[in-house]
Design a protein. Sequence first.
Length: 445
Amino acid sequence: MRLLMSNYDNSVRPAKSPQSPLDVSFNMALTQIIDVVWLDAGLVWNPSDYSNITVIRIPSGRVWKPDILLYNNADSQYSSAVLSTNVIVTSDGQVTYLSSAIFKSSCQINVEFFPFDEQVCVMKFASWTYGGYQVNLTTDASEGDLSNYVTNGEWDLIRMKVDRNVQYYSCCDEPYPDITYTIILRRRPLFYVFNLILPCVLITGVALLSFYMPSDSGEKVTLGITTLLSMTVFLMVIGESMPPTSEKLPLIGKMSFILPFLTLETFLLHMTSIGMRGREVPAVVKRIVFGFLAKMMWIHLDPPDHVRYHPGNPKTPFSAEMQLATLSCQDDVIRRSENGGTSPLRLPRRHVTSTLSTSASNLSSPDAVDCFERQFLRVLNKVYSTIEKNEVRLHEQDRRDTIKLEWQQVALVIDRLLLWVFIVSTIGATFGILYMSPHTKLFTL
């Protein structure tokens, strides 16, 4: 070894001539092992001259090593990532550098199909200062060494492909070879299925049940808002499970955008409040909702009893007669009251009939009888007015009840329409997501 290293300079490329390229074989195993082999013309000896020694081991710092680096490195401590070990040198000058290394490289992450996603990561190795005419980087394998690979609990290693690429730059005529390892990983979705997807399905089921609550119920809106808040929490959990990126939106996030249909329940509650204020349903809305949507949704609606009430001051055939009787008999009543008699106008209502009948039995003149008949008609007119006011009030209440029922029926039809839209959107989005997924075997976990 002393003889070999006496005139050796580890800063000089060990080629036979300055013009001849040095072939360097580069291989990597996915267990932190890098295998680099090249021929060093300065480390050749005759084994017969040295007790048939054919292999020696020299510290790697004492021999020339190719400056092969990871181009897409993402580790600030790259110098400490590669462990310096001894090199194995054979008598024909072949140098084998077996080193252990932990690399951190940048990788373009695509989370569109999360948690059923596949990631393709590339590791590019090449010489930093030598071109292809000085260091010819080669590889003798088309696949990476996976013999000692330890299975990961979150990812499945699908493939580790090796390619040798040659690039030409505008600055130089010589080629620049590199060895590129393409690592294809597939996420194991079992953890995310039970912790994200199944709760999302349960929340969607709860949202579906909210459509069966009465449209005028405030709890309907409360349940919808609670569902939206739950989905927001799950979206935050999903966001924390993925790297921050704005290039692709995950499919499970797109699925969550269906639930904002539940915010339309507030619109249905507003419809019911309109009916309580007595505003009639527009004719156009009646034609669309009752004539088209109700039939399309297979909803049978009982037509409400329409109240045809025309407000005004109704006159009865005997109202004028009652008014005249009151005017003509008023002087007589006042006169009898001044002479010590009892006027029916001053009696309580429950005593009017008995007073009139008693007084009428004690009178014998036709004028007095006629006056008391007119007085009786006056009392009857008051009774009729009271009954008429009650009838008007009942008619108005019936009209408001009819309007309220119509608005409730409109809300029922629209609620059923939103239910079908929600179901169709959920099913369509689910099958669309499964169709867009790169691997549809969801149960191959």
